[in-house]
Ligand binder design. Sequence first.
Ligand SMILES: [Zn+2]
Length: 377
Amino acid sequence: MLWDKIKGQRGAVNYLRQSIKKERVVSSYLFHGPEGVGKTLTASVFARALNCRIAPGDGCGSCPDCRDIERGSHPDVLFQAPSSKSRLIVVQQIRQLQKMVYLQARRDNWKVFVIKEADRMNINAQNAFLKTLEEPPEKTILILVTHQPELLLPTIRSRCQSVSFSPWPFEMMKPFLMEKLGRGEAECYMLHCISGGSPGRALRLSRERILEIRRQLIGPILEGRFLSAAEVISRVKSWLDYLTERSRSLSDELARNRADWGDALDPAQRKEWEERDDAEVAAKERAELEMIFELIFSWIRDLFIYHEVGLEAHLINQDLAERIKAEESNRSVAQLHRMMEWVEKSRRLAVKASARTTRQLIFENMLIQLGYWRPNS
Ligand SMILES: [Zn+2]
């Protein structure tokens, strides 16, 4: 049965299967949940289950309808994604889709339109799309797929049946990551925690070398030793350089994409695109900054957990258990609490501050407050 291909989403699968069985299929759905947990696959299986004539409600996987939907070549089932250049879904794409929505089905069956990364619809596209949501034709289903539903207009969200997808538990993530990445169990566990149970995000973080970055960026902290003043400064410089480099490379890439379009855009379109790109760079930089704090948090949380429970099994940074044990014994619970508070306070300040020098002071102060710097050390 095709539904079995979807791992770890029993709630969503049961709901959709039952809605076919009980003939309670509605015209628009919002599939939301972490990246890479099977939302698009579920949309594809749902479309096959609806249109399969051999195993109605389940999908046989081998009839022409099932095969065409899987290959993306079915005339009545369309997957729409952001354009590869602008990474946006623009109003022209939505207009094109609308034409197809109102066409007669080519084969006598359900028409299904899946909008992947629906949050990438710009505001005009969302407004245009709203009209289709309000007056959908018979036997037509619109499925919006996103891991950031909050970026959609509330009027869009409220018109869709919400179907939520869950993070994967570690038992599922472990064999998947070990096979895909060839990393050990402890490293896979770290990736599981830091990705919030999203296999797609875990793969991406691993590709972005998050485990190596963790060593580089918070290396001396992990060594559990005191830093000299010069080391504090150079440590903070490496964090800031990392942030600057990441946003510069994204910003350059986006600018190249815009340049490829040359004069094909009118000034208003170009301005909107530039603003969207700037917002994306700023969001990315914030996410990178949060990631640095996330890594520091995971470290202090582990010191805390080990202090309280004394079991390695509960640590996020299991691959660094030895260092955690060594450092934990030097800290009291009150100290660990204060460390948590300092990191949280610094995080809030650093996210608000955009100037490099301000962030530098915040980071330096945090390291001192965390007790990683002592005069004359
Ligand atoms: Zn079939």
